[in-house]
Design a protein around this ligand. Structure first.
Ligand code: MSP
Length: 641
């Protein structure tokens, strides 16, 4: 089976910012993941270069439009090359082949009777390159999407019979609930279509920077509407209308898009494809928007995050990791150096980097940099089982477009690795003459690292190649199949020393964004500004997974004044162990079969040598502590939020 993955094509009216980098990183990660699995994958990105907006931007800087487009398109391509983006094709809508394909598509739709000539009178937002009926404008003038002033357009135009596709589109959404992902984004599309679709003006005559009308139709004063031109890139890149060479990749598996351009991809694009009698893309993966330090990025505020600047300061792979881990796909995310540095230090440097260093160090000390897996099964079958369960669970997170969950689960492998060293203390075993056991512990961790490196490879390709190099194996489809799918262990490791992969970051490496001037703040607003500094976004809140749990058993921890050891049913396969400091306030018997609220996505921690895999919500004041419980009984595992 083949896979086809795309990013949006970026407008060439400015340089790439962090939002563009985000879509590109996700698409690149998924493409790399598919290739790792051995799928024949085609990954497309490129630039969107026609339309009034580009024509005006070029005029402003006094350059011929093509030259202007060439320059900016090259900045995107160069940046993606510098970032190691593994695209198979970088399309430009000014490519001759693309333009021929667009003309061909226009002819097909025209011949089908889906395009007719009429007169357009309405409002146009140049920034969004979108027509709006007057009823949708704010105060009769402003664009409902970006708030900018619209212009009145009154010209002859060809129209696409979008209204003919209302029913077919609704049927498609209903029959394919995962067409729009995440599913939560589908409602807005469905209600837009149910609200009634107007036919779409698909040519313009008031400017000339666009794909010309096909000669067969004549009418040379018309150029194509930029969104018709742009959306067709997904098939012209495969040779539609010209050599058709790569059309076997169609339909696309995923078009990654930002939420602002969902409507074009989920309504116009499928309607165009239906008109062309082509199958529809399988999924439109819709992501949210990035802000910087909680504020919308804009050129005028001077707070746009340049991905190049961040990558130069922190490393592009660290940035990939951060962006994919930080935000649940589909939700808005915030870029702050503080959050970025925290993830580098705690997850990359502590959890992963230190684990690798420890293995390199111990293998050198105990066995002259050679690790043998011979006794791993004997001493660590339990850890291997846990590891295999995690490895098996990962694929679904990519399928469901949940890169943050994928990484979260993947990181549990490092917890197992770090936990096993702490628990088995190989240095003590070495002292006691139990060398086989000590070496088995080092070897199980080396295997965990090797498998985790394979799964992390799509997100951090170079870093994981260095890890693989240190462990003397290669990451490729074969090692994926053997180590991840077939669960084999690497027999022998010849360990190489590598410099620390993730040096700790002690302070911000880039200048902070200029703070927005508090211009006309009212008194009450001023009062609360201190609190505002601590406000979090709803997305940050939902990072915490809170669940209702039922306590199935409770025991005192004998040597502790404070701790009780609980087993809590969270609707998962097995109950979770939570060690809670509530002994002074609750007796174990009184807790059994009662319900509590549990923080379910905390990193496991050890308390008095016992693993604790969650935390209970409780309130404490001078009168004591009480647990926070659901008012009515709820099924174990019910999410709270
Ligand atoms: N040219 C069109 C897409 C045509 S696809 C057939 C376009 N280009 S764009 O350059 O304006 O935007 C490209 C992508 O960047 C969009 O998916 C948009 O959502 C995304 N982003 C723009 N600003 C963003 C953020 N601040 N955060 C995240 N993504 C954002 O639209």
């Amino acid at each position: 089976m083949s896979k086809y993955i795309t990013t949006p094509i970026y407008y060439v009216n400015g340089e790439a910012h962090i939002g563009h980098a985000y879509t590109t990183f996700i698409a690149d990660t998924v493409a790399r993941y598919e290739r790792l699995k051995g799928e024949d994958t085609f990954f497309l990105t490129g630039t969107d270069e026609h339309g009034q907006k580009i024509e005006e931007s070029a005029k402003k800087v006094g350059k011929p439009t093509q030259e202007f487009a060439d320059e900016i398109s090259a900045t995107f391509k160069n940046l993606w090359d510098e970032f190691g983006i593994s695209y198979d094709k970088f399309i430009r809508t000014t490519d001759e082949k693309h333009m021929q394909g667009v003309q061909k598509a226009f002819e097909v739709m025209y011949a089908k009777g889906d395009i007719y000539k009429d007169f357009y009178e309405g409002h146009y937002c140049v920034s969004c390159e979108t027509f709006f009926p007057e009823t949708q404008l704010i105060d009769g003038e402003f664009c409902p999407d970006c708030g900018r002033s619209t212009t009145v357009v009154k010209e002859e135009s060809y129209f696409f019979r979008l209204s003919n596709y209302e029913e077919k589109l609704l049927k498609h959404y209903e029959e394919n609930p995962d067409f729009i992902m995440p599913r939560s984004r589908a409602n807005e599309v469905v209600s837009f279509v149910k609200g009634g679709l107007h036919d779409l003006s698909v040519t313009r005559t008031s400017f000339s920077w666009g794909v010309k009308m096909p000669q067969s139709i004549g009418d040379e004063k018309h150029v194509m509407y930029v969104w018709l031109d742009a959306l067709l890139n997904y098939i012209t890149a495969l040779g539609y209308g010209t050599d058709e060479e790569k059309m076997h990749y169609w339909p696309a598996d995923i078009h990654f898009v930002g939420k602002d351009i969902l409507r074009f991809h989920a309504i116009y694009w499928p309607a165009f494809l239906m008109s062309l009698d082509l199958p529809l893309p399988k999924h439109i993966g819709t992501h949210g928007w990035w802000t910087r330090d909680g504020e919308k990025m804009s050129k005028s505020k001077g707070n746009v995050v340049s991905p190049k600047e961040v990558a130069d300061a922190y490393g592009v792979e660290n940035l990939r990791y951060f962006m994919l881990r930080e935000v649940p796909f589909g939700q808005d995310g915030d870029f702050s150096q503080r959050a970025f540095i925290d993830r580098i230090n705690s997850e990359l440097s502590n959890d992963l980097g230190n684990l690798l260093n420890r293995i390199i160090g111990m293998s050198g000390k105990y066995s002259d940099y050679v690790i043998d897996s011979v006794d791993v099964e004997k001493y660590h079958s339990q850890e291997i089982e846990q590891m295999n369960l995690i490895l098996d669970s990962l694929d679904a997170f990519i399928e469901n477009l949940q890169p943050h969950r994928y990484l979260e689960e993947l990181w549990r492998l490092f917890s197992i690795g770090n936990g096993v060293i702490q628990e088995y203390e190989p240095w003590v075993k070495m002292k006691n003459g139990q060398k086989d056991e000590a070496l088995a512990t080092v070897a199980v961790v080396a295997n965990i690292l090797a498998k985790a490196a394979i799964m992390l490879h799509p997100v951090m390709p170079n870093t994981t190649n260095t890890i693989a190099d240190a462990l003397s194996f290669e990451i490729n489809t074969q090692s994926y199949k053997e180590l991840v799918q077939e669960k084999k262990l690497l027999k022998l490791f010849n360990i190489k020393k590598v410099p620390p992969l993730f040096p700790r970051v002690e302070e911000p490496l880039m200048q902070e964004a200029p703070k927005a001037e508090p211009t006309t703040m009212k008194k009450e607003e001023k009062k609360s500004s201190k609190e505002d500094d601590n406000l979090i976004t709803i997305g940050q809140f939902f990072e915490t997974s809170l669940k209702v749990g039922t306590i199935v058993s409770a025991q005192e921890v004998v040597k502790s004044k404070k701790l009780l050891k609980l087993q809590i049913d969270l609707g998962e396969e097995n109950p979770r162990q939570v060690v809670a400091g509530i002994k002074e306030f609750y007796s174990p018997d009184a807790l059994i079969n009662t319900q509590v609220c549990v923080v379910a996505n905390l990193k496991p921690a050890k308390l008095m040598g016992m693993i604790s895999e969650g935390m209970l919500l409780a309130a404490k004041d001078e009168e004591g502590l009480c647990l926070i419980r659901p008012e009515k009984s709820k099924k174990a595992g019910t999410p709270i939020g």
